[in-house]
Design a protein around this ligand. Structure first.
Ligand code: 7XF
Length: 403
């Protein structure tokens, strides 16, 4: 990591990359609401375009408020440089479109957020880029799937929605041996719980819409990697391809969210872990998917790889889809909504919502059921969350018994 390595995570999340004394003592970074930047001479302008001169050109390529966020995210992920984007999908497409060409292959884990799956499986195929999906909970499967045309390996861990955990160090080692870049979507964990670059990954992507922003009031994304790659993602992926630059206002809001990231994550994790145990004991539940539970298949790996087990829980009710839908309709405090990482506890049904980009056959092949329900555990009082969830489970069970 560059600079400030002696400072702790919370300190970096609050301070890194900004000195108030540079801006009239303003405690918070100014929001630079400007699309373009004046050049003092023609030479300055053309020099900035060739890269001989440092400085801003146009806010699609860089903005001073976004720069503070980018430096801060790089410091938190322990990477050389960062790029902030308008959404998580903007971050993913900036990375992938910069690095692949027709004829290339990608190897990806078999469970990914629905639109990441759709991008890899449905959209990139139209441009001659094919993806092989493998079960990355066994790193050996990655080695088998890699071919001469493979450019990228892509995973999320824990995976959205079913909480499988991938061994980042083991997959990174396979990628390194084959000279293939390894991309990890760290949205579920945030750099507070897991830092993929320190485990050997090459590129980290985020949906900053989630825990990093933390308040359900913005869309944003981010990439952290080596400076050379970040420069390419900015000048090709964002500048010439997807145009998914972050706005100064959203940069400010993510910076504001980061100040409490550690506090919020500690609370999300503590509440989710307690709730996962309580859910397991409820008679309406068939199975709870949470890496903090001792019977989770990758519990030992999660303990090693993550600082805590995160705020996301997936579960399958007895009675499958019907019971799951009855449960969702019976909650009152818990809000029916997609997205995650907000202060509010959210519940959603992946098969018909976030992962409806998979066909029923694909959901089956990729390993998640139509009955799966996903909870994003919020920051409300534990007892209030527990009571609402347990009452809704009781109601779903009564309905299943009476049908
Ligand atoms: O473009 P976005 O900021 O919405 O981020 C896309 C994205 C990327 N990676 C992961 C692991 C994600 O979960 C997401 C967005 N997921 C939301 C969800 O699962 O609820 C999207 C709501 S449809």
């Amino acid at each position: 990591m560059l600079g400030n390595e002696q400072q702790g995570f919370a300190t970096r999340a609050i301070h890194h990359g900004y000195d108030p004394l540079d801006y009239h003592g303003a405690l918070n970074p100014p929001v630079f609401l400007t699309s373009t930047y004046a050049f003092d001479t023609t030479d300055t302008g053309s020099g900035r375009f060739t890269g001989e001169e440092q400085g801003y050109i146009y806010s699609r390529v860089g903005n001073p408020t976004a720069s503070v966020l980018e430096a801060r995210l790089a410091a938190l992920e322990e990477g050389e440089a960062g790029l902030a984007t308008s959404s998580g999908m903007g971050a993913l497409t900036a990375v992938i479109w910069t690095l692949v060409k027709a004829g290339d292959e990608i190897v990806a884990d078999k469970t990914l957020y629905g639109c990441t799956f759709a991008l890899l499986h449905h959209q990139l195929e139209r441009f001659g880029v094919t993806t092989r999906f493998v079960d990355m909970t066994d790193a050996g499967n990655v080695a088998v799937a890699l071919g001469p045309e493979t450019r990228l390996v892509v995973t999320e861990t824990p995976s959205n929605p079913n909480m499988r955990v991938v061994d980042i160090a083991a997959v990174a080692e396979v990628c390194r041996r084959h000279d293939v870049l390894f991309v990890v979507d760290n949205t579920y964990c945030t750099p507070y719980l897991q830092r993929p670059l320190t485990l050997g990954a090459d590129i980290v992507v985020h949906s900053a819409t989630k825990y990093l922003g933390g308040h359900g009031d913005l869309l944003a994304g981010a990439v952290v990697s080596r400076r050379e790659l970040i420069n390419q993602f900015r000048s090709v992926g964002i500048k010439e391809m997807n145009g998914a630059c972050i706005s100064a206002l959203d940069s400010f809001l993510v910076l504001r969210g980061l100040k409490t990231l550690q506090l919020r994550m500690d609370r999300h994790c503590a509440t989710a872990e307690k709730l996962a145990h309580d859910l397991e004991a409820h008679p309406a539940i068939e199975r709870v998917f949470y890496p903090g539970l001792p019977d989770h298949p990758q519990h030992a790996l999660a303990k090693r790889q993550m600082k805590a087990f995160g705020g996301m829980i997936a579960m399958e009710l007895k009675g499958g889809l019907g019971a799951g839908r009855a449960f969702m309709d019976a909650t009152s405090l818990v809000t029916r909504a997609v997205s995650l990482g907000d202060a509010e506890t959210l519940v959603q049904h992946p098969a018909s919502m976030t992962h409806s980009t998979y066909s029923a056959e694909e959901r089956n092949r990729h390993g998640f059921t139509d009955g799966l329900i996903r909870l994003s555990v919020g920051l409300e009082d534990y007892e209030d969350i527990r009571r609402d969830v347990m009452t809704a489970l009781d109601r779903a069970r009564q309905q299943a018994v009476s049908n």
